[in-house]
Design a protein around this ligand. Structure first.
Ligand SMILES: NC(=O)c1ccc[n+]([C@@H]2O[C@H](COP(=O)([O-])OP(=O)(O)OC[C@H]3O[C@@H](n4cnc5c(N)ncnc54)[C@H](O)[C@@H]3O)[C@@H](O)[C@H]2O)c1
Length: 349
């Protein structure tokens, strides 16, 4: 049995990840630590309720006492860390909570994990290597792993042609991306200094079921269906590289189990789209599925640009593809139809 602490699973990506992971690995117990901020909703995890391999604990990743309790009570031997403040707009209005959760929270988890797994005389290491060598289930053969989920936004903004690789220097431009960049650096330092078994994945913009209403794609769908203006920042030509959330979950699974210790992997869908192309695509699909007397495109309204709005993000996922054999199953055209269908069901349309 492996007992994995997965943080922030009541949010968008974590709540897609947990059912996928429980289904794939019946030998794992998942302990979900989530504070249930405005971004967390247990409704997202209803399908896991009653599953004896899943346990929810409401609490703050910054609460050291609680995190220590969880490690000892459940003998945690793996961490996948999603919990974060994640919305750039909010980080412009209220940066403090981003530093607290994303920087101090990540530090607390890492430090407790390091002490629990590696403190002198490395008892856990000896015990773990012994049991794992005999069991040798091919899943994990080194120290317990700490997998930190991060973002491509740490790399800053791109010109029209370059791609972010794992070697791209960090140049975060918003309090959100700066807090994530800081947390990545702390993770790196625990690997370099203490030899912790860490991996970091930096992924591009996710989309799919269960995303919070505040984000771009749910906002477009919701506003369109309500016949309200669909707000688009600036000229609508900012480019993001869209990744279907289940493809992200599959990438995390691969890196968690087979990624090289201390390594960083970029995860991106090779689906660059301007915001205008996104809104156009969604409106066309809605025009076909839920026709009204005029096209949803007539609702598009340009609003004042976001401060410090990065122009383009695009990921080069070659390392993940060539080293670990990852491929995205969905392209944007297929993923966005699935996403819209999920929202139509949610709104009972
Ligand atoms: N959504 C994306 O497109 C995207 C892209 C790249 C990276 N990421 C990263 O992936 C991770 C998950 O993103 P998401 O979109 O699912 O986020 P989300 O905002 O939907 O969910 C975050 C979850 O973390 C919980 N949380 C917040 N503060 C907490 C705290 N102090 N203690 C415990 N739990 C807390 C919230 O309650 C919520 O359930 C984040 O680390 C984010 O930076 C997201």
């Amino acid at each position: 049995m492996k007992n994995i602490l997965v943080t922030g699973c009541a949010g968008f990506i974590g709540s897609n990840f947990v059912p996928f992971f429980l289904d794939k690995y019946p030998k794992y117990n998942i302990i979900n630590l989530d504070l249930l901020t405005y971004a967390g909703d247990l409704e997202n995890l209803r399908e896991c309720e009653g599953n004896p391999k899943y346990k929810f604990i409401k609490g703050d990743i910054c609460n050291r006492e609680l995190v220590e309790f969880i490690f000892t009570e459940y003998d945690i031997n793996g961490v996948i860390h999603f919990a974060a403040e994640s919305h750039v707009d909010n980080s412009i209005k209220n940066p403090g909570v981003f530093i607290e959760t994303n920087v101090n929270g990540t530090f607390t988890l890492l430090d407790v994990a390091q002490k629990y797994w590696m403190d002198a005389p490395f008892k856990y290491k000896e015990r773990y290597l012994e049991t794992d060598a005999s069991a040798n289930d091919g899943v994990q053969t080194s120290l317990p792993r700490f997998h930190h989920i991060s973002t491509d936004e740490v790399y800053g903004t791109l010109n029209e042609t370059d791609l972010f690789t794992e070697e791209t220097p960090y140049a975060p431009n918003s309090p959100y991306s700066a807090s994530k960049a800081s947390s990545d650096m702390i993770v790196r330092s625990y690997q370099e200094t203490y030899g912790m078994n860490t991996v970091i994945t930096n992924c591009s913009n996710n989309y799919g079921p269960k995303q919070h209403d505040e984000k771009l794609i749910p906002t477009i769908i919701r506003k369109a269906l309500a016949s309200e203006n669909i707000p688009i920042y600036g000229d609508g030509k900012n480019i993001r590289d869209w990744l279907y959330v289940l493809d992200h979950c599959k990438g995390i699974d691969l890196v968690y189990h087979t990624g090289k210790e201390g390594n960083v992997y970029n995860i991106g869908g090779r689906n660059e789209r301007t915001n205008l192309e996104i809104v156009d695509a969604i409106c066309s699909i809605l025009d076909a599925k839920v026709p009204k007397n005029r096209s949803y495109k007539e609702l598009i309204t340009f609003v004042e640009d976001r401060a410090g709005h990065d122009r383009r993000y695009a990921i080069d996922a070659t390392k993940l593809e060539s080293e670990l054999g990852w491929r995205a199953d969905e392209d944007f055209d297929s993923g966005i139809v699935k996403t819209i269908e999920w929202y139509l069901e949610k709104y009972k349309i």
